[in-house]
Design a protein around this ligand. Structure first.
Ligand SMILES: [Zn+2]
Length: 89
């Protein structure tokens, strides 16, 4: 029996269905992206989340004794982000 294949919606490679995670919310029961693309997407998502929680924890820290340092760091993170955003556009 030939293995079923599916095209990845991201890298457009035709891969065996075993290269796709199952996703019950999809009509074919498979994720639209291959495992590799999902890995990359997850990695980026986690990185973004990590950055966000870092800022949050810095802000939380500002309630503690290292108030001024945390505030300064959080501000710096924000400025760096704004700068890289500006240079992208
Ligand atoms: Zn892919």
């Amino acid at each position: 029996m030939a293995e079923e294949t599916k095209m990845c919606g991201k890298c457009h490679k035709v891969l065996p269905v075993s290269e796709f995670y199952s996703n019950k919310s999809k009509p074919d029961g498979l994720s639209g992206y291959c495992k590799e693309c999902m890995k990359e997407a997850n990695h980026r998502y986690k990185l973004e989340k990590k950055n966000k929680s870092l800022v949050v924890s810095l802000l939380e820290k500002s309630a503690e004794k290292e108030k001024e340092t945390a505030k300064f760091e959080a501000k710096e993170v924000h400025t760096t982000k704004a700068l890289s955003y500006a240079s992208l556009n």
